[in-house]
Design a protein around this ligand. Structure first.
Ligand SMILES: Cc1cc2nc3c(=O)[nH]c(=O)nc-3n(C[C@H](O)[C@H](O)[C@H](O)COP(=O)(O)O)c2cc1C
Length: 211
């Protein structure tokens, strides 16, 4: 069936996108306003886009037209944030931080989470998260009611037991047990159903009998 986006209201285009582009990783973003008030929010319009420079991007929308999400306001104000990743055991606390609280409310406190100091940026990281990326704002691309926040990762924390080899930077990815966001408002996927498929060198492909 064809859905021509020129005939579909924005809300429905959103629905088509988020129920097909799945699973999406979740950025659990900690930021601070200029007075130091802490804020945490969950964002699944998120991914890594470059290794050199190391760049992540997050689509942060608005609570209502003209009122951007508090995380975006803070990041624009201070230029710094921390992206924490969400494991299965963090699910319920992540969901609490996504409640539409007043900007003055510290979502970390509400969810009973522990803030640990960062080393390169002011906003703290979440102790309960298996991976935290300290980020500096590169640019916010204006997409109308959404701002696409591009962050340069300046430091990464990985829980000790999840590092296979610190010297070679090998991480035990399955052990992270990260969550992905699926369709609708409340569906998630576990990242435990894996299979391996090695890349095919072109030389090997050419040796195959003719197709
Ligand atoms: C799993 C999950 C993913 C979310 N992804 C996004 C997203 O990509 N963009 C967005 O604007 N809001 C997203 N939200 C909603 C925000 O988390 C929510 O509006 C939050 O209150 C924003 O916090 P803030 O105003 O403190 O920044 C998501 C919520 C959940 C639970």
């Amino acid at each position: 069936m064809l859905f021509d986006f020129k005939d579909i209201p924005a809300k429905e285009c959103y629905k088509l996108l988020v129920s097909t582009v799945t699973p999406r990783p979740i950025a659990w973003v900690v930021s601070q306003d200029s007075k130091g008030v802490l804020n945490a929010g969950a964002f699944s319009f998120f991914n890594a886009f470059s290794g050199d420079p190391p760049v992540v991007a997050i689509g942060m929308a608005s609570h209502k037209p003209g009122r951007p999400k508090d995380s975006r306001v803070n990041i624009r104000e201070t230029g710094q944030f921390v992206v924490n990743l969400v494991s299965e055991e963090n699910a319920e606390q992540m969901n609490i931080t996504a409640i539409d609280f007043d900007p003055t409310v510290n979502e970390l406190e509400q969810a009973g989470l522990t803030a640990l100091p960062s080393v390169r940026v002011k906003p703290p990281r979440i102790a309960e998260s298996p991976v935290a990326m300290e980020c500096e704002l590169m640019q916010i691309v204006d997409l109308g009611e959404t701002g696409l926040v591009l962050g340069r990762v300046v430091a990464m924390h990985v829980r000790d037991d999840l590092v296979l080899d610190a010297a070679t930077h090998y991480i035990d990815t399955p052990k992270l047990k990260l969550l992905g966001r699926m369709h609708g408002r409340g569906w998630y996927a576990r990242t435990s159903d894996l299979f391996e498929m090695p890349r095919i060198p072109v030389s090997e492909w050419k040796m195959k009998p003719s197709r």
